[in-house]
Design a protein around this ligand. Structure first.
Ligand code: CU
Length: 79
């Protein structure tokens, strides 16, 4: 399992948060999504056997959100 924090500068409101959560939750392999509106990031937890970070970025791009920076937040290897 991998967890990444994705900085997305154009997150601005509840609507953005909902759109991102819905789009990412619909992807096979994505386990958890949480969006922070004031700090403009989304945390995504996913199984890298089912989905790649590239795919997640593509889906975000399709709905109008460009990922500016990715930070690995995975708590431990093999978790
Ligand atoms: Cu918005």
């Amino acid at each position: 399992m991998q967890k990444y924090r994705l900085d997305i500068p154009n997150i601005s409101c509840e609507h953005c948060s909902k759109a991102i959560e819905d789009a990412l939750s619909a992807i096979d392999g994505v386990q958890a999504v949480s969006v922070d509106i004031p700090d403009k990031y989304a945390d995504a937890t996913f199984d890298e056997a089912d989905v790649s970070l590239d795919k997640i970025e593509d889906v975000l791009k399709d709905i109008g959100y460009e990922v500016e920076k990715k930070t690995m937040m995975t708590p431990g290897v093999g978790v």
